[in-house]
Design a protein around this ligand. Structure first.
Ligand code: SF4
Length: 703
């Protein structure tokens, strides 16, 4: 990559929730180059392989959708139409369904990659004007368990610490995550901190040996699904050793007595047996935590994507609470966001059970406040359909129309063949997309071409509550326009007032006003201030020289009804699909280093495709030997829902009885046999409604 001075336009990498700053330079031939932003506090100029190659995805326009397309009936071919024709017909169809079947007959399924302004207008449209809460995003597949747990434990969906706490911590407990591959730049900071401070301890909890384990002092290679048992056992040892913060527990937290009873129900030896780790290692983990002055827990999908995801999250946050490691330097529970703007989406209320600025949909006062502000229809009290529920409702006919924006559910949803059936049955499908590749396009009645990253302006919020501005550097190709403009034009075709925004900055300003006096108040934070500062962490406050709020709960007052945090005595009962004689293995899924989600962007970059060229199934050598499977053999992995066919990768780094497949591959030339979500389970956590991607029973056979 050619090095240039920081004289280009600033933006934020649109992949993971680390949210690295980039500087984009526009070249004379109309293409762009980019480099890490040396002035940006998150990455200080560093970029990982995905971020470093981001410009190729924009420069390569060969797969771009260039104009609106539509078919007048399911039997007719797609044809090019004008924006007015596409949006007027869509509005007419939506109005008909709403009139005949009610507002809950339509839904929007969006993405954690949308900009905050885009999320805001689509949320306003359906909740405030159509009168349904049927909007959900792929964040449901990613962060919703962490959201629910933060709300229960701290009274608010909020990450209480900041990345700068990394350099102040002396113990890290990283569980259900492989940040060395999935959040690389943040991980570089942990590595550098540990290298400079050898006393810093790193505990990694994962059924696989990943690159994250490379610098670990202790790897707890637990059995899948036993996270709560492990966290409780560590909690028990911390209590036994007196390594808890009695003042914090007594004066700033509720629930310790009940928690203590639950964690003492099993001996440490019993827990070790359930988890498949040694008792000594559990005690060592507790010792490291007990000795720490600053203790950070980090996690992501390994805990979130589970039928007991909320309880797993709570059992982890408990470790911060009983040790009082929250609201002080170098401490706190740091949930690593999978997508670049999952947090921004929640700020505007862009999930089926939320309202803007983290207001509560179940609260009549909150609904009335938002309705008054928007001036539209009454906001329904009933939560909308969540991601998997939308496709169930299409299947059984409750939902007639779905509008999919900026996401590729036919690769990413669990039990995905059911979702395929659902789209076949849908009466009307709108797909708002940048690329002609996603499988959803085959089911679309209307295709709307959207502007890509760097072709539109807006804001995003990263995992540490940092709001940043993304510049528009290029014009979108063909007739593509920004997602927010598409939604606003559609809303106007529906006849709704309040969508005549002249620019994303006007949308942002309205969103910011709606946060006034809430816990995430950014009402004084304008585009100009964000641009001037480079970025700001919410809530926006100006105290002395500090702009924004790097760390929350420094006063130990939480957002709960009585100001105390809640230590939850959660059960460790696993409700996932249990293996049996027919399906004896546990399948777990995840990311690889150089691909992103369903590969519609990273799959275009030759360099990134070189890392791992095709999907695979990782299996332990003793399991492979028992099945007479050798390295590279094609295997069939079957569950109660379907099957996939991929090559075996034999590795001692995965536990016996467990197999792993990457999440990224969908259909290749109409062949879906690499798509792991043919077999995954669409069972969800009862609170967060997040699917159980990390645990399903499968059989493995040589092909
Ligand atoms: Fe982009 Fe994440 Fe890599 Fe940073 S760490 S460059 S945000 S993919």
């Amino acid at each position: 990559l050619k090095k240039r001075s920081n004289n280009g336009l600033k933006s934020i990498c649109c992949y993971c929730g680390v949210g690295c700053g980039v500087v984009i330079n526009k070249e004379k031939n109309g293409s762009i180059t980019l480099e890490g932003d040396k002035d940006y506090p998150v990455n200080k100029g560093m970029l990982c392989s995905k971020g470093m190659n981001l410009h190729y995805t924009v420069n390569d326009k060969t797969d771009r959708l260039l104009y609106p397309q539509m078919r007048y009936s399911k039997n007719m071919p797609m044809q090019r139409v004008s924006w007015d024709t596409a949006l007027e017909r869509t509005a007419a169809v939506f109005k008909t369904f709403i009139y005949k079947y009610g507002p809950d007959s339509v839904a929007f399924y969006a993405s954690g990659q949308c900009l905050t302004e885009e999320y805001y207008v689509v949320n306003k449209l359906i909740k405030g004007f159509i009168g349904s809460n049927n909007i959900d995003t792929n964040s449901r597949l990613c962060m919703s368990s962490a959201v629910a747990a933060y709300k229960i434990a701290l009274g608010e969906d909020t990450v209480p610490l900041c990345y700068d706490d990394i350099e102040l911590a002396d113990c890290f407990y990283v569980t259900g995550a492989n940040p060395a591959w999935c959040h690389p730049i943040l991980w570089r900071r942990v590595e550098a901190h540990k290298a400079a401070n050898p006393h810093v301890k790193l505990i990694v909890v994962d059924p696989r040996v990943t690159d994250t384990c490379g610098i670990a002092d202790l790897h707890l290679q637990l059995n899948p699904g036993t996270d709560i048992t492990l966290n409780h056992a560590i909690g028990r040892v911390l209590i036994e050793n007196g390594d808890i913060d009695v003042d914090f527990i007594t004066n700033h937290a509720d629930g310790f007595e009940q928690y203590s009873k639950v964690v003492f129900e099993r001996s440490v030896a019993q827990s070790a047996g359930i988890c498949g780790v040694s008792e000594q290692d559990i005690r060592l983990a507790a010792k490291y935590i007990g000795e720490a002055k600053g203790f950070i827990t980090m996690w992501t999908m390994g805990l979130n994507q589970s039928a007991i995801g909320v309880n797993k999250n709570l059992s982890l946050i408990n470790l911060n609470l009983i040790t009082g490691h929250i609201g002080k330097p170098g401490s706190g529970p740091l949930s690593l966001t999978g997508q670049p703007n999952a947090m921004g989406g929640r700020e505007v209320g862009g999930l089926a059970n939320l309202l803007p600025a983290h207001r509560n949909l179940a609260n009549a006062t909150h609904r009335a406040e938002v309705q008054k502000f928007w001036g539209g229809t009454e906001i329904a009290a009933k939560p909308g359909l969540t991601a998997t529920e939308m496709f169930e409702a299409l299947n059984d006919g409750r939902l007639k129309a779905i509008w999919i924006m900026c996401t590729n559910p036919l690769t990413s949803l669990p039990n995905v063949r059911l979702a395929e059936e659902a789209l076949k049955k849908a009466k009307f499908v709108v797909v708002q997309e940048i690329s002609n590749k996603p499988e959803t396009l085959a089911y679309a009645d209307v295709i709307l071409p959207a502007a890509a990253w760097a072709e539109k302006e807006g804001t995003m919020t990263n995992s540490e509550r940092r709001i940043s501005y993304l510049n528009k550097v290029l014009d979108p190709p063909g007739e593509a326009i920004a997602d927010s403009e598409i939604i606003c034009r559609f809303a106007q075709k529906m006849g709704y007032k309040g969508f005549d925004f002249k620019s994303p900055s006007e949308i942002y300003a309205e969103h910011a006003r709606l946060t006034a006096k809430t816990n995430i108040d950014i009402s004084g934070l304008s585009y100009d201030i964000i641009k001037q500062q480079g970025s700001v962490q919410w809530p926006y406050k100006k105290r002395n020289a500090v702009i924004g709020t790097p760390r929350l709960f420094t006063d130990k007052k939480f957002y709960t009804y009585n100001g105390n945090a809640l230590i939850s005595a959660v059960p460790d009962t696993l409700t996932s699909e249990a293996p049996n004689d027919d399906f004896p293995f546990i399948l777990t899924t995840g990311r690889i280093r150089d691909q992103w989600h369903t590969m519609s962007k990273t799959g275009k970059v030759n360099k990134l495709n070189q890392h791992i060229k095709q999907s695979f199934m990782e299996i332990n050598p003793s399991d492979a030997a028992a099945l007479h499977v050798q390295e590279g053999d094609v295997t069939i992995i079957t569950s109660r829902r379907g099957e996939v066919r991929v090559k075996a990768k034999i590795s001692p780094e995965i536990k016996q009885g467990v197999v792993f497949m990457p999440m990224h591959w969908g259909k290749i030339l109409n062949n879906d046999m690499h798509r792991v979500n043919n077999v995954t389970n669409d069972m969800v956590d009862p609170i967060s409604k997040e699917p159980d991607f990390k645990y399903c029973a499968v059989s493995v056979q040589k092909y």
